[in-house]
Design a protein around this ligand. Sequence first.
Ligand code: ADP
Ligand code: MG
Ligand code: ZN
Length: 631
Amino acid sequence: MKQQEQRGDSQTPNPRRGNPVMGILWGVLIVLLLNGLIFPSFAPGRIVGTDYGTFIERVNEGVVKSVVIKSGQIYYTIEESKGKTTTCQTGAIDDPQLVNRLLEAHSPNENGRISFNEVVPEENSPILNFLLMWVLPGLLFYMLWRQVGKGIQARMGAGGNFMSFGNSGAKIYAESEVKTTFADVAGQDEAKEALSEIVDFLHSPGKYAEIGASLPKGALLVGPPGTGKTLIARAIAGEAKVPFFAISGSEFVQMFVGMGAAKVRDLFRQANEKAPCIIFIDEIDAIGKRRDAGFGGNDEREQTLNQLLTEMDGFDGRKGVVILAATNRPESLDKALLRPGRFDRRIQMELPDLEGRKAILRVHLAKVRHESVDLDLVAQATAGSSGAELSNIVNEAALRAVRLGRKSVVTADLEESVETVIAGAQRKNKALAADEKRTVAYHEIGHALVAALQTQSAPVHKITIIPRTSGALGYTMQIDEGDRQLMSREELFNRIVTLTGGRSAEEIVCHTVTTGASNDIEQATKLARAMVTRFGMSDKYDMMGLETVDNPYLSEDRSLTCSSVTAADVDREVLDLVKRAHVKARGLVSDHLEIMHEAAEYLIRRETITGEEFMRIVRKYVSLPSSDTKA
Ligand code: ADP
Ligand code: MG
Ligand code: ZN
């Protein structure tokens, strides 16, 4: 099964991999060294050392078969008896008679002559000599210098100003046949629609040129990680059947000083030759960050960015080069990048809604064998998941099916892998002590009961007290009925009440409080704070905004926009809200203790119960207003 789509930047060579030139140089050097060391290859076996007199004697005796003179040494072969030869060696003396002696002497050879010659030690050609003496060491030094330079560069960070060398050395390869198409991108219909115009433009730029229209030069794909930005960029190239130059923003920066700008030049030159084509700059925030950073401004990055801006202005928009870029930090981009004529079109990629999740699951399920999968159920259980997570969930499910020796994926595999991806794998061997198990069970039932009793809260899907590798000892999985775009004040408050339900159950039934509620506390507080500071849901501050979110897609950094006096008072408001919720939850739990006991006992026995089983117990005691709840 195909795992994750290969990333767009896989085509560019990795500059960190070993240097091939260096390797070749080393190879040449080693061969040269060895060549000098290998001694005469015509002298196999043992060589007997003799004096010159013995040599002459042997010659006169007529037993010498061949003589080779090489670099001041004489090697000669004698045949003492039939078939048995020995190689001997002696120093060559300045003996003018030698040639005559050898010519006159007899030999066991067939023609009765000694075969002799002199091997002149190979004089290298002057050119080779020059290369060896001067060029090779120079080259070696140069390579060494570069290697060291890179090391220093890496350690100093990109801000260092080490010596730079002209050639960008960075080749960018175009992918000519991208296989990804729009069919691989599920959901995201708006983005696809916005981009199909670009595809059309790439197909037939002439149509647009006739009228005189020029398409936006660049489109910026914006959205949280894993929503398919890289994927859709590849899909455009695949649909338009044009070459695809992909490069990641960080690649510009990691390289040698001065190389980033050179690489941008390179990229645009190559793209111009290949037009129509697509240039895709992934994670553009790595170079496109606002330039007003003040201290620690990064010259290299700014140069690269400036070069990018220049290139984007400089090329003819009608030629058919489209620049796409992706980022999940649009707010940090330099304004110059966003002005008309550059990345003036912005395409929003959002986390998929219920239908979107179903579509994405369908795309990925098509790659694995599966049978009778309840897509609705899985899609509902994955509210807030990105496309990348969904793809991961499907893969985990397939792995689980294999592990269990099944031939295809079933719904249970998907359910389990949703939990694995959200809460970590089961830790079956980490057994809870009996009293711990009881506390965890009441805690989870507390959440579920409070959720079920507040009609506006989402019904529960599943409750489990099997420990997970993430550290969760149990959890209650809620299902959102469809996706809510709007949340009312009551719904948000009820959500906080549900979050406090676990702790309330601990207090009322087990007469204790445990660390198990830490995550609930965190979430409840966050929600309450948002209600006061951002949603205008407190009476006191009405519609006054007290906080802004700086980085909506990643960390959700928030900063207060009010004075510290107000901030302290906001804390009181938040506390008040959480307290009221807690009181409400406690009331709900203590009013329905029979349900608590029965459900908890059932859960302790079974470890995992479904929402339906739970609701059956609840309905025994109370008649809920809406009986069509899906759970
Ligand atoms: P991003 O670039 O937005 O961070 P990617 O494009 O790298 O996300 O998505 C990672 C993977 O997640 C993709 O290769 C694909 O398998 C899956 N994926 C994400 N969004 C979708 C989608 N809309 N449809 C199908 N698969 C998706
Ligand atoms: Mg990406
Ligand atoms: Zn809890």
